[in-house]
Design a protein around this ligand. Structure first.
Ligand SMILES: [Zn+2]
Length: 294
């Protein structure tokens, strides 16, 4: 039986997983050396050989890699990666040369959506929108259990949809992107701009739960933005289910009060779209990468 190997290239850690027959045989993480493109390649190659030493798989394996950026299938180059040394690089070709094996490359949010659609919270559904709300905002669309890429490979990138033309400038060059309002880092910055007080998101949420008026106003605005952004997704692709991932998926209010706001902003009076918390947690990205080779 074929070995399915997945590597999740993260901003701080890179992880490998080896699956055979739906059983996880090995998982390992090492810090990502991202000072140069060469260091990234070396991190991946090093991890691959660490795994190969433990489990002596030979030619009968598939290898998928999830990256924090968009892989343009036409030019075979990485675009829009927040690990900026990847931008403009042909990671697939360079790794195939080093490892002498075919490689599948995919955006990490697409890997998340594929994993949840195949083995996680959305395995009973065909068409899925996977949302990641963490340090940034990513997303992936699964149609009939397969990743939908779109013309440019950017399908599902809802985080860089502008919801406020007068909003702050995003790293992508656009103004008022969703990511600035619905990611952990964006919310903390936003809170500081409004209150001149530096607070971490869990602290802000705690204050809201204790009834602090400033935190309450801030949190309600967050729920409103969440509803507007997710309602827009439902109106456009009307998925069978939405799965939330990333650190912010642990905010319980999103599934209750947040869902009420989604209803308000969807172009249908009585939506029934389930909004589910992920089941695979941190592992979704690396599992999704391993599933690319099926
Ligand atoms: Zn942006």
């Amino acid at each position: 039986m074929k070995y399915q190997i997945g590597i999740d290239l993260g901003g701080t850690k890179t992880e490998i997983i080896v699956i055979q027959n739906q059983t996880i045989l090995l998982r390992k993480r090492i810090p990502t050396k991202k000072d140069s493109y060469e260091s990234i390649l070396n991190t991946i190659v090093e991890l691959f050989y660490i795994a190969k030493k433990d489990i002596s798989f030979h030619s009968d394996f598939s290898l998928g890699i999830g990256i924090p950026g968009i892989y343009d299938f036409r030019t075979e180059n990485v675009i829009n990666a927040n690990t900026t040394v990847l931008i403009g690089r042909n990671l697939k070709k360079d790794l195939e040369e080093k490892l002498q094996h075919p490689i599948f490359i995919e955006n990490d949010a697409n890997c998340f959506a594929l994993a949840e659609a195949t083995l996680g919270a959305a395995k009973e559904y065909q068409n899925i929108f996977g949302i990641i709300m963490g340090t940034g905002c990513g997303g992936g669309i699964i149609i009939n259990k397969k990743i939908y890429h779109g013309r440019h490979g950017i399908a599902g990138e809802w985080g860089h949809f502008s919801i406020d033309p007068n909003g702050p400038k995003c790293w992508c060059g656009n103004l008022g992107c969703i990511e600035l309002y619905l990611s952990g880092s964006g919310l903390e910055k936003h809170y500081f701009n409004q209150t001149q007080t530096n607070r971490k998101l869990p602290e802000i949420i705690q204050l809201y739960r204790e009834g602090d008026p400033i935190a309450s106003q801030f949190f309600n605005q967050f729920l409103e933005n969440f509803g507007r952004a997710v309602g827009g997704i439902i109106s456009i692709i009307d998925p069978d289910v939405i799965v939330l991932g990333g650190g912010l998926s642990n905010i319980e209010e999103l599934y209750t009060l947040g869902y009420e706001r989604i209803k308000k902003y969807t172009f249908h009076p009585r939506i029934t779209t389930p909004l589910l918390k992920n089941q695979l947690g941190d592992s979704a990205g690396v599992i999704g990468a391993a599933l690319l080779g099926i």
